[in-house]
Write a protein that binds this ligand. Sequence first.
Ligand SMILES: Nc1nc2c(c(=O)[nH]1)N[C@H]1C(S)=C(S)[C@@H](COP(=O)(O)O)O[C@H]1N2
Ligand SMILES: [Mo]
Length: 462
Amino acid sequence: MSSDPSQPSQRSGRLIKAPEHFLDPSGVKTVFQEAKAGRRDFIRRAFAGAAAAGAAPLVLAQSNPVPAEGGDPNILNLPEHTVGLGQGVATDGYGKPSKYEGNVQRRQSPGLTQTTQASVSFAPLQSLFGIVTPSGLHFERHHQGWWDIDPSKHRLMLNGSDPALMKTPKVFTVDELMRLPSVSRFHFIECGANTAVEWGNVAVPTVQYTHGMVSCSEFTGVPLKILFDLCGVDYKKARYVLGEGADGSSMTRTIPMELVESGEVFVAYGQNGEMLRPENGYPLRLVVPGIQGVSWVKYLRRIEVGDQPYGAKDEAIHYMDLMPSGLHRQYTNVQECKSVVTTPSGGQVLLDKGFYNITGLAWSGKGRIKKVDVSVDGGRNWRPARIEGPVQNKALTRFNLDWVWDGKPALIQSRATDDTGYVQPTYKQLRAVRGTRSIYHNNAVQTWLVQESGEVKNVQLS
Ligand SMILES: Nc1nc2c(c(=O)[nH]1)N[C@H]1C(S)=C(S)[C@@H](COP(=O)(O)O)O[C@H]1N2
Ligand SMILES: [Mo]
């Protein structure tokens, strides 16, 4: 057997992860052919073994995803790492992923106009497990570039648009904020423009580009309500909140006070157990669970309370939805219930028929995921997926489903339902309400076509 199991493209056996060089269509072919040459015989032998052994009455056993008998001679080799002395503790003090995982990276989309300074990078959802996005792979969206700000010089000011709305405006240092009572919560953040190119059926090749502007972290920080209480906010009058960043984008959005009063909004300094990454707003960012990414102000330097919506520039030109009537829907804050299958997904290759674990992510800006149904025939039949718990409020939720691929073309979809009973729409249902001229807030059911060759493609069913 010529295959080298250490190669990342073969890490998961019969499934090829989206290749690094997918932009060159011949690149997909090459990886596919190499993998086929290396693994076909092995897979066929495994099937023969299963038949001889008399498979147990389980989907998994019947389709035998693992080699049954005969063995792999590689297990008898004693490589250097088994007989030699390994390396001492890492001397750089901060660990890195294995060099074999070098192709797991955030990337810029081929579906977007290339600018001199890129302002969006997408998370490699196809390569991630569970619900946490490693901080170094969290998607990025910068309206005016990112900064690594000195936390000792950074300040957060709270004030009212009118002195009557806040009794004692205050300026906090980062240290002062870190002395206050803190919360740690898992939440997804999704840019309102996630999945935008699919409105135009541009069909970018991988789930990284269709859905990679969503990420999920455990954030740590101080509830904004605590700061407002310290500053003596008059909650009867101050019904709106505005966050402002210390970067040059002057990017501001109105946040309704109810969200702060619920205790859910917080000023975060922590992300996945350490301080925020500079790209994600170090040293302070607003966490506004369930609300589109633009409201999660990074490099947070000022919070104002007001008695009316601000109608800020980004509320007049960005993140609005052009409805079929010709009118704009100005405030779409909540990210509606959505899901996507991350494996198998565009750019991946199934090397043979048999068992596969279909897996994906679901989320809802309104609360918790109640169920996820999966179809392998383009939405004619649905089966409930296994939800990996605990299911958390306004966080990514992982689902899995057993599947035996018969080698024929398959149309794989997922459809999530949240605890308000809202069901993720098909493109047909979404377009019936929203028309065809939207850019933002696309939460339609995604379809992946598994071709007979095993190659998986992004398609849209009308
Ligand atoms: N100060 C500031 N905050 C910002 C932005 C920005 O450009 N500057 N971009 C916003 C947008 S549009 C999104 S989607 C999220 C992206 O957060 P991330 O880069 O941590 O993924 O941050 C929001 N907060
Ligand atoms: Mo965004």
